[in-house]
Design a protein around this ligand. Structure first.
Ligand SMILES: Cc1cc2nc3c(=O)[nH]c(=O)nc-3n(C[C@H](O)[C@H](O)[C@H](O)COP(=O)(O)OP(=O)(O)OC[C@H]3O[C@@H](n4cnc5c(N)ncnc54)[C@H](O)[C@@H]3O)c2cc1C
Length: 431
């Protein structure tokens, strides 16, 4: 068979498999990885902001270790920070726009990216567990306005409850006389903790039920008894504020229980009867957000890869560009390969989440695990390719490496993702 006829035969086979032998449009959904115009436009728009505003500010805010309010405000002014933007990203039924926007923003800088996107974790909790009225009331308040932007915080972790969410000790007790919930406890490592207007707090209403006794509460702005504790000094992601949050007899209206009391009482009754509960407050929020977090890690990995690629073409040693050495060129090839592979996992999980597919094999966890590990590995390789320069603060890849490391730790460590995946694929309660 000639090469041309082999190609023609292959095309015919593909066409037949797609049910497209007579030029008619194929029936049913088509698989495509080509982005539509809206997705491309949003990608360009976010990339423009990342390149023009975020990247140039990255070093300064990393050194200052402060929330970059002026950058958040600029993002709010162009409509990139706010519930309308998040709503627009979420509206894409393929699920891809949210990870695409995150990848581009974090390509600019992860610390500033998190200062802008950190609010969305609290929003995801309200969106996932709140009633329509609660969403309408609280989600806009999470962002404030373009002139006066605010941030929100999602507080689940505690000093003794990190990976083991079921060990949460913060209590929420209902005061029937006043129709108020009273919260007491200490939250740890909360992104935007204490500087947020709206805090979403996971607390236990019945400790005996462990994670099935958890519920999510909105702490309205200015509530007494909700205070910032120690601010955390960090290895990376330093433009993003992280702090403890103390809750001391913190009284909030009964209506601040996400989902409402009736639904909670029903769920607790089901659990006490030994029936399975459909939801575990913190876990639901994490499941929905894992591909987005993976996309953030991808943005860092891609930024480091692109920087290292350009550097390797420019840097001369032994009379030639260092990229002419296979060890450098192959490393860059592997970086590109790993990043693209991670993106496919992220997009798959984002599509599954948005289209309501069941995560049979913990595909959300797979995406976050792979992207986080690729980000750590790629940024470390980028430092190696830049040599001495890579190790200095004069070049951005060392910051990218510091930023990348958190992606194997928060939103479930790599070990916890492997635990989730291994349990899902085996049905065995792997310890
Ligand atoms: C910058 C930053 C921002 C954060 N933002 C937030 C936030 O906004 N809201 C929030 O609620 N939390 C937040 N966190 C907390 C974060 O989610 C936790 O740090 C994370 O879940 C890990 O918990 P831990 O630190 O207690 O580690 P630990 O749970 O103590 O784990 C320590 C080590 O033991 C391993 N390990 C634990 N259990 C097992 C097991 N069963 N099998 C195998 N290995 C295991 C872990 O993988 C890890 O390597 C943030 C943390 C940081 C650093």
């Amino acid at each position: 068979m000639t090469e041309t006829s082999a190609v023609a035969e292959t095309e015919q086979l593909v066409a037949e498999a797609a049910g497209k032998t007579d030029g008619a449009a194929p029936e049913g959904p088509q698989f495509t990885l080509e982005l539509n115009q809206d997705q491309k436009d949003i990608r360009e728009w976010v990339h423009g902001f990342a390149e023009g505003v975020v990247r140039p500010a990255a070093e300064e805010w990393d050194e200052r270790e402060e929330t970059p309010w002026p950058v958040i405000q600029e993002a709010a002014k162009i409509g990139l920070y706010g519930f309308e933007a998040l709503g627009q990203f979420w509206a894409d039924e393929t699920g891809l726009t949210l990870p695409i926007a995150n990848e581009e923003l974090f390509w600019g800088d992860a610390g500033i990216g998190m200062a802008i996107m950190g609010t969305s974790l609290a929003v995801a909790a309200i969106f996932g567990q709140g009633t329509p009225e609660q969403m309408g009331e609280w989600i806009p308040q999470c962002f404030g306005t373009a002139d006066d932007p605010k941030v929100a915080s999602f507080c689940s972790s505690e000093p003794d409850a990190g990976s083991d969410v079921s060990a949460i000790r913060t209590t929420a007790k209902y005061d029937e006389a006043t129709d108020e919930w009273v919260l007491n406890g200490q939250k740890a490592w909360a992104t935007n903790g204490g500087i947020a207007d709206v805090h979403v707090v996971i607390a236990t209403v019945d400790r005996e039920l462990r994670s099935r006794g958890h519920a999510a509460f909105v702490i309205p702005p200015g509530t007494k008894g909700c205070e910032q504790g120690a601010k955390v000094k960090k290895h990376g992601l330093r433009a993003s504020h992280t702090a403890d949050v103390h809750l001391d007899d913190c009284r909030i209206p009964g209506s601040c229980l996400l989902g409402g009391k009736e639904k909670l009482d029903e769920r607790l009754a089901r659990v006490r009867e030994g029936k399975r509960s459909k939801s575990q407050a913190a876990m639901q929020t994490f499941e929905a957000s894992r591909p987005t977090v993976g996309a953030q890690a991808l943005g860092i990995a891609r930024a480091a890869y692109e920087y290292a690629l350009e550097y390797a073409k420019e840097r001369q040693q032994f009379g030639r560009a260092i990229i002419e050495n296979q060890s450098i060129a192959f490393t860059l090839a592997d970086m590109k390969l790993e990043i693209d592979a991670a993106r496919l996992l992220v997009w798959r999980a984002a599509w599954m989440g948005r289209s309501g597919q069941k995560f049979e094999n913990a595909e959300g966890s797979m995406s976050k695990l792979k992207a986080g590990e690729v980000a750590v590995w790629s940024t470390e390789r980028a430092i190696q390719i830049l040599g001495g320069n890579g190790y200095t603060r004069e070049f951005p890849v060392e910051r990218m490496h510091r930023d990348a490391k958190i992606y194997t730790i928060f939103e479930g460590t790599s070990e916890i993702q492997r635990l989730v995946i291994s349990r899902a694929i085996s049905g065995v309660h792997v310890q």
